[in-house]
Design a binder for this molecule. Structure first.
Ligand code: ADP
Ligand code: MG
Length: 369
C-alpha cells in the first residue's frame, strides 16, 4: 500500500520564511497526482518533505499508513527523478542502474535480470555500455527513470523531470511516463506517482488528479476535467487552460453582467448564489467558449493568429483585452471586419467574486451535474 497523506504539513525555512502553510492532501494508492503552480509556490519543498530530503516543520507525512516524518529517504519506499537527471558521470548506464541494488545487497544475477527488465521497458538496451556524457537529453532522462523504476518503490516522486528537454521530446516523454504508470499498475505493482511541474499542459495531460498550488497553499484538488469546467477561484481559472480564460471586470446587477456600456444577461443558475445588490465581479469565459455572433459583445479586432485549424482572435472591448478561438473557416467569412460580435456560450460562463476570487457560479451547476 502506498497511499500518501499530508496532514497540516508546514515548512518554515530558516525560522522565518513560511514556504508551506498547513497543507492537507490524500493521494490514493496507484494514483497519478500532479502538483502544479507557478515558480516559487512550494511544489519542490512539498515533494522534498515527502521524500525526506527536507525537514518537516509541522504536521505529518504518512506513507502506506506509516508516519515517516523521522524516517530517512532510504526507508520511505520512494524513488525520486529530478530535472537534472543526477546520473553518476563516471559510471556507465549499466552501473547507474545497478547502483541502488548493489547497495541494497542484491546478488549479481538478480541485478542483471532487473537491469534487463528495466532496459527493455524503457528501450535503453543499446545504451547500457555508454557513459552519461554519451547520451542525449531524452536518453539520459530515460536512464534516470530506469534508476527509479529498478528500485520498485511504492511511490515515484518526479520534480520537473522534462523541463530540460525540447518541446517535441517533452511531448513524447509525457506519453511514455503515463504509459509506464498504467503498465506498472496493470502488472499489480503499487505505483503511486507525485509529479511536480509548472506546466499546465503536463498537468492536464498526465494527472489522474491535479493539485493546484499558489504561494504555499492548495487552491484546488480535482481531476483535469473538473478543474477545466469548474475552477474554484480566479487563480485556477487563469492558470488552467490554453489560451488562458478571459477574465473581464465588470458589475453584477439585476440579473445582468455589465462591462462598460455592454450587457450580458445571466441564467438563473449562475445568479443563484449572488446577492441582489450591485457588486464588482469578474466574468470568466474561455476563448473556446466565445462564438462569433453579431448579438454578442462588440469588440474591436486587434490581431489574428493563424494556427491552422483554428484562429486566435485578439480583440479589445471597453478597454479590456479579450481572446476568442474560432474555426479557420469562420475567420475567412469575417473578411476585413474591424468590429466583431463575441457571444459567450451560456453553459460555460463563470462569475467570480472580485473581493475573494471565489467562483460564485460554481455551486448550483455542480449540484445539477
Ligand atoms: P517551486 O518548486 O514551486 O518553484 P520551491 O519549493 O522551490 O518552489 O520554493 C518555495 C519557496 O520557498 C520559495 O519562496 C523559495 O524561495 C523558498 N525556498 C526554497 N528553498 C529554500 C531554502 N533552502 N531556504 C530558504 N528558502 C527557500
Ligand atoms: Mg521547484
Amino acid at each position: 500500500m502506498a497511499r500518501v497523506q499530508l496532514r497540516n504539513v508546514e515548512k518554515v525555512y530558516g525560522g522565518t520564511v513560511k514556504a508551506v502553510h498547513g497543507i492537507n492532501l490524500d493521494i490514493e494508492d496507484g494514483e497519478f497526482m500532479v502538483f502544479v503552480g507557478p515558480s516559487g509556490c512550494a511544489k519542490s519543498t512539498t515533494l522534498r518533505m515527502i521524500a525526506g530530503l527536507e525537514d518537516i516543520t509541522g504536521g505529518e507525512v504518512v506513507i502506506g499508513g506509516q508516519r515517516v516524518n523521522d524516517l530517512p529517504p532510504g526507508k520511505r519506499s520512494i524513488a525520486m527523478v529530478f530535472q537534472n537527471y543526477a546520473l553518476y558521470p563516471h559510471m556507465k548506464v549499466r552501473g547507474n542502474l545497478a547502483f541502488g541494488l548493489k547497495i541494497a545487497g542484491k546478488s549479481k544475477p538478480e541485478i542483471a535480470s532487473a537491469i534487463n527488465d528495466v532496459a527493455r521497458i524503457l528501450e535503453i538496451e543499446p545504451l547500457l555500455d555508454r557513459l552519461p556524457k554519451q547520451l542525449s537529453g531524452g536518453q539520459a532522462q530515460r536512464v534516470a527513470l530506469g534508476r527509479a523504476l529498478i528500485k520498485k518503490p511504492g511511490v515515484f516522486l518526479f520534480d520537473e523531470p522534462l523541463s530540460n528537454l525540447d518541446a517535441k521530446l517533452r511531448a513524447s516523454m509525457r506519453v511514455r511516463i503515463t504509459e509506464l504508470h498504467r503498465r506498472l499498475k496493470a502488472e499489480g505493482l503499487s505505483s503511486t506517482v507525485i509529479y511536480v511541474t509548472h506546466d499546465q499542459t503536463e498537468a492536464m495531460t498526465m494527472g489522474d488528479r491535479i493539485c493546484v498550488m499558489q504561494a504555499g497553499r492548495i487552491m484546488q484538488v480535482a481531476t483535469p476535467k473538473e478543474l477545466y469546467a469548474h475552477p474554484a477561484n480566479l487563480f485556477v481559472a487563469g492558470f488552467i487552460g490554453s489560451p488562458e480564460m478571459n477574465l473581464l471586470e465588470g458589475q453584477l446587477q439585476g440579473g445582468e453582467f455589465s462591462i462598460g456600456a455592454q450587457r450580458l444577461a445571466l441564467a438563473e443558475d449562475v445568479l443563484a448564489r449572488l446577492a441582489s445588490q450591485p457588486r464588482d465581479a469578474v466574468l470568466g469565459i474561455r476563448p473556446q467558449h466565445l462564438a462569433l455572433d453579431p448579438a454578442g459583445f462588440r469588440a474591436r479586432l486587434t490581431n489574428a493568429e493563424f494556427m491552422g485549424h483554428e484562429v486566435y482572435l485578439h480583440a479589445e472591448m471597453e478597454g479590456q483585452k479579450i481572446v476568442a478561438v474560432v474555426g479557420a473557416g469562420e475567420f475567412e467569412q469575417l473578411g476585413q471586419a474591424e468590429f466583431i460580435g463575441l457571444k459567450p456560450v451560456p453553459d460555460h460562463i463563470h462569475v467570480f467574486d472580485k473581493a475573494d476570487g471565489s467562483n460564485v457560479s460554481l455551486h448550483r451547476r455542480r449540484l445539477a451535474a
